[in-house]
Ligand binder design. Structure first.
Ligand code: ARG
Length: 226
């Protein structure tokens, strides 16, 4: 209940979609990754215990706005539309949307996506951008990796997805390539309920500490080789 005093709060509940390496994914039955570790470090700074709830990506904002979760940390891109429903903390990572195609595909740049059959993860920015492409036919998958596998199976011609997960997924899907030309640049941040300015401030202060003491860079370097 929102009425619970801050003193009684002992956990920080994080909503995520653990299908998104290297930001969040399962290692056995444990959710690991950059977001999981950053949230863990933030929770520690705030004297809270982190609890991670795995769900569909397009349920995360609702979990945060309803109070089911305190934060959404899921490689989530800051967008104006999402800002209407949640507050975002300071950004902690920079990303881009890239295009994955089969080796030798006639699609060689974002312009070639016109009229193409495109796979995306439901509710992601890739989904939104695909919707802006003229005459594109969009296939929405609950998992990003399913979309990538669909290129191999010729169910779609291209996938629009975040750059780092794209690299990870390609390690397990031979015969695909990432086009050199990225689609858009984005920033990731943690989503917090609109009425919870205090938590945004606390997380920003924690992120600042973790940036200054090198923890943030350490976590990122552990998962992404420069
Ligand atoms: N950055 C993209 C977005 O915010 C995709 C994020 C997907 N994250 C995930 N954990 N599946 O829409």
């Amino acid at each position: 209940l929102a009425a619970c005093g801050k003193k009684e709060k002992t956990t920080l509940v994080m909503a995520t979609n653990a299908e998104f390496p290297p930001y969040e994914y399962y290692d056995g039955d444990k959710i690991v990754g950059i977001d999981a570790e950053i949230a863990e470090a933030v929770a520690k700074e705030l004297g809270l215990e982190l609890k991670i709830e795995d769900m569909a990506f397009d349920s995360i904002i609702a979990a945060v706005t309803s109070g089911k979760a305190d934060i959404g940390a899921a490689g989530m891109t800051v967008t104006e539309e999402r800002k209407e429903n949640v507050n975002f903390t300071d950004t902690y990572a920079h990303a881009s949307q890239v295009i994955i195609v089969k080796e030798g595909s006639s699609i060689q740049s974002p312009d070639d996506l016109e009229g193409a059959k495109i796979g995306v993860q439901l509710g992601t920015t890739g989904d939104i951008y695909a919707g802006d492409i003229k005459d594109a036919e969009i296939e929405r998958y609950s998992k990003g990796f399913e979309a990538v596998q669909s290129v191999l199976q010729d169910k779609v011609e291209a996938v629009i997805i975040d750059n780092e997960p794209a690299k990870r997924f390609l390690e397990e899907a031979e015969g695909l390539v990432i086009l050199d030309e990225a689609f858009t640049e984005e920033d990731y941040a943690i989503a917090v309920a609109k009425d919870n300015d205090e938590l945004v401030d606390d997380i920003n202060a924690a992120l600042k500490t973790l940036k200054e003491n090198g923890t943030l860079d350490e976590i990122i370097a552990k998962y992404i080789s420069a």
